[in-house]
Design a protein around this ligand. Structure first.
Ligand SMILES: *Cc1c(COP(=O)(O)O)cnc(C)c1O
Length: 400
């Protein structure tokens, strides 16, 4: 009652959202953690699903739902819809830990994302869950790695960083015949390149952080399942363990997603052109791009991805670490950063980042030398890219 009237101050209580017959065109950002219901009966109805309404943001919020709907549409996800989680690894973890129990085993591709491999080798065993790995480009090896306890298969279509193409048709058939759900981490391919549900996959996972959000300013994940009971198990695990995404991140990702098709098509066009450019440069030992006829899985890539070679390419320089240092120093405008899918081109060096935990021999077995680079091609003018990368390659001449 600071003004002397008998009406108490009301700084703490929220006022109603201003009504408007016209609606906001941009999605509103809704940071509210809690939602007020009218009475306990209504809250019961909400929890029991008879009335729809948000309750507590860890359990769900509008910005996550809006983003999930958009990715659902891109992926052709079942009507129950996907879930947005706090990171791509939250999505991978929620799938593995939400669906498997002690005594079960998961069969994974042997070149999965590094943290997925680590989860399988270091963490799942602590919960009594076993993990096996097999080469997803070799259908027979994959089939042979199935054990009686195998309850889930996890694969990526395009491996990192050697960009090998999994034999998806065979793996999906193996899963179907054995009654084992197949989860596809579709981060590299994106639904523009490959839609796992259309081919019979049971679960689709994304690191939204990468191409879908596309601006290196949010960390988010997505998961959708064909089977509603699996969706429920994954959601319960994610809500309990607090894998909730931030509304602001979801809002930013939705904004990023609006230009996904445009960015992807342009980046892919650039990648194809850059692969051709690199292949003609002195000191470049090999170029790996699924759209090139000299790619080891070119026919499979053409069958699975059609003309979509994607935005990722790798190349190997002569001259080892010295050449690698010279390259990145000579092209400071292209971020040397261990990520992918940014709107701008980024360059990563697996020997010093994603694959640093391996021995040099272990890396050599995968074809990753000190001169090996992975490029996530962005939407820049191709002439700018040729100029920057050309300058980088030129700077390696002294190291060869
Ligand atoms: C980056 C990445 C992840 C992990 O996603 P985060 O959002 O960084 O947690 C998982 N799988 C693949 C293929 C990735 O590239």
């Amino acid at each position: 009652m600071s003004d002397g009237s008998d009406i108490p101050d009301n700084l703490v209580r929220r006022v109603g959202w201003p009504g408007s017959v016209s609606r906001a065109v941009a999605t509103p950002l809704q940071p509210s953690v809690v939602y007020a219901s009218a009475d306990p009966d209504q809250l019961d109805a909400q929890y029991e699903g008879r009335l729809s309404g948000f309750t507590y943001a860890r359990e769900g919020h509008p910005n996550a739902d809006v983003l999930a709907q958009k990715i659902d549409a891109l992926e052709g996800a079942p009507l129950t819809g996907g879930l947005i989680l706090g990171s791509g690894m939250a999505a991978v973890s929620a799938v593995l830990l939400g669906l498997l129990k002690a005594g079960d085993r998961v069969l994974g591709g042997n070149q999965l994302y590094g943290r997925s491999l680590r989860l399988m080798s270091q963490d799942l065993p602590r919960f009594g869950i076993g993990a096996d790995l097999a080469d997803p480009t070799d259908a027979e090896a994959f089939r042979a790695a199935i054990r009686p306890e195998t309850r889930l298969i996890l694969v990526e279509v395009v491996s990192n960083p050697t960009l090998r193409i999994a034999d998806m048709e065979a793996i999906l058939t193996i899963g179907r015949e054995a009654g084992i759900p197949v989860a596809v981490d579709n981060t590299f391919t994106t639904p523009r390149g490959y839609r796992p549900f259309d081919h019979g996959a049971d679960i689709v996972i994304h690191s939204v952080t990468k191409l879908l959000a596309g601006h290196s300013d949010v960390t988010l994940g997505y998961v959708a399942t064909r089977d509603p009971s699996q969706r429920q198990a994954i959601r319960d695990f994610a809500v309990t363990t607090g894998m909730t995404p931030s509304p602001f991140d979801c809002w930013l990702a939705e904004r990023g997603l609006m230009s996904f098709h445009l960015r992807y098509d342009r980046a892919e066009e650039n990648a194809a052109a850059l692969a051709g450019f690199l292949a003609g440069q002195p000191g470049v030992r090999r170029v790996i791009y699924p759209g090139r006829s000299d790619h080891p899985d070119h026919n499979r890539a053409a069958g699975l991805l059609g003309k979509r070679g994607g935005n990722m390419l790798s190349f190997e320089l002569e001259g080892g670490r010295a050449a690698a240092n010279a390259l990145t120093r000579a092209m400071p405008d292209v971020a040397f950063a261990p990520t992918l899918g940014d709107i701008g081109t980024t360059l990563s060096h697996p020997a010093s980042s994603s694959h640093r935990a391996l021995t040099p021999e272990g890396r050599a077995a995968l074809g990753i030398s000190e001169g090996f680079f992975r490029v996530s091609v962005g939407v820049e003018d191709i002439d700018l890219l040729r100029r920057d990368i050309g300058a980088g390659i030129k700077a390696t001449a002294l190291s060869r």
